[in-house]
Design a protein around this ligand. Structure first.
Ligand code: NAP
Ligand code: MG
Length: 462
């Protein structure tokens, strides 16, 4: 894996201000696979300055030309998709097939969607005697996590570019290589110098400097609720726009008329995918008491099949954290029916696919985001009880409802306090707004809703 020893600022790879570096580790075998510079406030300042300088020109670029650059970017990502998949597999540890389909596939779809939207979106409209213009918010500071490392970058950069904004990206320290590959792709796509800038580095250093920089008009953050809360508070104090995509503890609600085996199997696959490191994962399965024992048996059998099919979690700290949650689940009285806290392999940061039965809503494992391959199965008495349990966490990012009749599932979904619900196994839609109710975040990503996050409105009266 070839790593750059500089920052991508103002259209070129430039030497960092300091000498510190970050080692990139393959979590599957614990080998160091590269190193990147650890940026400081000076690098962030240089990048923000470049982004500010480029703003007026990019904001004035016709939407059709911005669309053409985004289409070119999508084409570069398509041409380099094998390299993207191999890079994500090396630094995140996900199985290569999953990296190809999701870690490379989703960003290509999202980049393509914004190439289309940039060219078709109505950036001005007539309202009575006014013309209302949608103008770019300005310079965006984007801070992204490691779990879907390229998707989360593209879900911010593509709409920001479509809107006419310029950006500085601080990617996660665990997955900087795919971020460098993305900067190369932006360059190859002919995006003008300074429009997109990359500063690799640590969250509390480079990330914080970016979030607090006066030259940044909007901060878009995806990651933990703890860091998001601080970024939101700082943005509020500075009267800056902020978008926060935070954690989740989503409910998979299986109503009595549903196809139980299908609902359980898809539900287990949803949690085990990406080794459980998905903010929208359905980590709480809610089953009617009459079907509970059967569902637990099905879930345990399904999880056992994932034994050697999932990758490791991203690093040693996350492995410790997830195993700690499993120990806590046992201590609080939940019943292990698959997996457990023991590390399944000597080498690599693996966690066994784990299923807990006899979980009650107030248990830690039913309330907190574990971010590992851990499913909890909860019992409900009736629909009102199921709804109370489904809505009974501080989060509200995603969810699922399964029922015999679609209308019944929809009626239940409309009462859920959450941003997305998949009905009877509905597929991921890259154009559907994605984001949280309650403490799962502020704002929406993807599609036209994701584009408006990067726009502000001006009205002229005639
Ligand atoms: P995190 O610290 O919130 O990381 C997200 C991003 O924020 C990274 O780029 C990180 O840099 C940066 N960051 C960290 N501290 C910062 C600060 N003070 N100011 C500005 N930026 C900062 O998340 P994590 O430590 O990787 O994961 C911890 C937990 O967060 C996970 O177990 C999971 O529960 C949750 N999480 C949620 C999502 C999601 O998609 N919603 C994604 C990842 C994690 P570094 O990479 O240097 O830390
Ligand atoms: Mg962190």
């Amino acid at each position: 894996m070839k790593a750059h020893d500089g920052m991508y600022i103002d259209g070129a790879w430039r030497p960092p201000a300091g000498r510190d570096t970050i080692e990139v580790v393959n979590p599957a075998d614990e080998q160091v696979i590269g190193e990147v510079p650890a940026g400081t406030a000076l690098d962030v300042d240089a990048a923000v300055t470049a982004a500010r300088r480029a703003l007026a020109g990019w904001a004035a670029t016709p939407p059709a030309e911005r669309a053409a650059r985004l289409a070119a970017l999508r084409d570069v990502l398509v041409a380099r998709k094998d390299e993207i998949a191999a890079t994500v597999t090396a630094e995140l540890g996900s199985p290569l097939k999953f990296s190809e389909a999701v870690h490379a596939g989703a960003p290509i779809a999202v980049a393509g969607s914004y190439a289309e939207l940039a060219g078709t979106y109505a950036f001005e409209e007539k309202v009575g005697n006014s013309v209302v213009y949608q103008e770019p918010i300005g310079v965006v500071g984007a801070i992204t996590p490691w779990n879907y490392p390229l998707h989360q970058i593209v879900a911010k950069v593509a709409p920001a570019l479509a809107a006419g904004c310029t950006l500085v990206l601080k990617p996660a320290e665990d997955t900087p290589l795919v971020a460098q590959l993305f900067a190369e792709a932006v360059d190859q796509a002919g995006v003008p110098a300074g429009v997109f800038n990359l500063v690799t580095g640590l969250g509390p250093v480079a990330g914080q400097a970016l979030a607090e920089h006066e030259g940044v008009d909007m901060v878009s953050f995806t990651g933990s609720t703890a860091v998001g809360r601080r970024i939101g508070a700082a943005a509020g104090a500075a009267v800056k726009r902020v978008a926060l995509e935070l954690g989740g503890k989503s409910a998979n609600v299986i109503l009595p008329g549903a196809d139980l085996a299908k609902a359980v199997n898809v539900g287990v696959a949803n949690v085990m995918s990406n080794s459980g490191q998905t903010c929208s994962a359905w980590t709480r399965m809610l089953v009617h008491r009459d079907q509970y024992d059967e569902a637990v048996e099905l879930a345990a059998a399904a999880a056992a099949k994932y034994g050697d099919r999932i990758g490791p979690v991203v690093n040693a700290r996350q492995q410790q954290r997830v195993r700690g949650y499993i120990e806590q689940g046992v201590a609080e009285g939940a019943r292990l029916v698959a997996g457990g806290p023991e590390a399944p392999r000597e080498r690599g940061y693996y966690v066994s696919p784990t299923v807990f039965a006899d979980v009650t809503p107030e248990m830690t494992v039913a309330q907190e985001e574990i971010f590992g391959p851990v499913l909890t199965v909860l019992r409900y008495e009736d629909e009102d009880d199921a709804l109370r349990i489904a809505n009974g966490t501080v989060y509200g990012l995603a969810g699922a409802v399964w029922a015999g009749r679609e209308a019944e599932a929809v009626a239940f979904a409309r009462r859920m306090e959450t941003g997305q619900v998949d009905i009877n196994g509905g597929r991921f839609n890259p154009l559907a707004p994605f984001g949280g109710y309650k403490q799962s975040g502020v704002g929406r990503e993807l599609g036209a809703h994701g584009l408006t996050e990067y726009l502000q409105t001006k009205s002229l009266q005639f």
